[in-house]
Write a new protein. Structure first.
Length: 113
């Protein structure tokens, strides 16, 4: 999750847990590199999923809340599940054989701030 790389009020415990997972992956990447095992992290941003859509519906004005959240993303929209899957497929492919210990944000530029 992008919140493993940036802090956010009200999300302290979630961010700490995600940050810990990132460091676990980085340590594992170093430890297992000699065995030919690569370890990377995909950090998705807000993605169109039933959980996210339900969170929008719980607000007083779902469309306004969605626009507000999208306005916080440089690309001005949520990710699709397919875009997240494409990042995972890239890291699992032969096109990324020299990548290990990396965190790939797939967040529309959110963590670029």
């Amino acid at each position: 999750s992008r919140l493993g790389m940036v802090g956010k009020a009200g999300e302290v415990l979630y961010s700490a847990a995600k940050g810990g997972l990132i460091m676990l992956a980085k340590g594992a990447a170093i430890e297992w590199a000699s065995r030919g095992t690569r370890v990377n992290v995909v950090a998705p941003g807000l993605t169109v999923t039933p959980v996210i859509e339900a969170s929008f519906q719980r607000s007083a004005d779902p469309e306004a809340y969605r626009r507000e959240r999208e306005s916080q993303i440089p690309l001005q929209r949520l990710a699709t599940p397919e875009e997240i899957a494409d990042a995972v497929l890239f890291l699992a492919s032969s096109e990324s054989t020299y990548i290990t210990g990396a965190v790939l944000p797939v967040d529309g530029g959110y963590t670029a701030f």
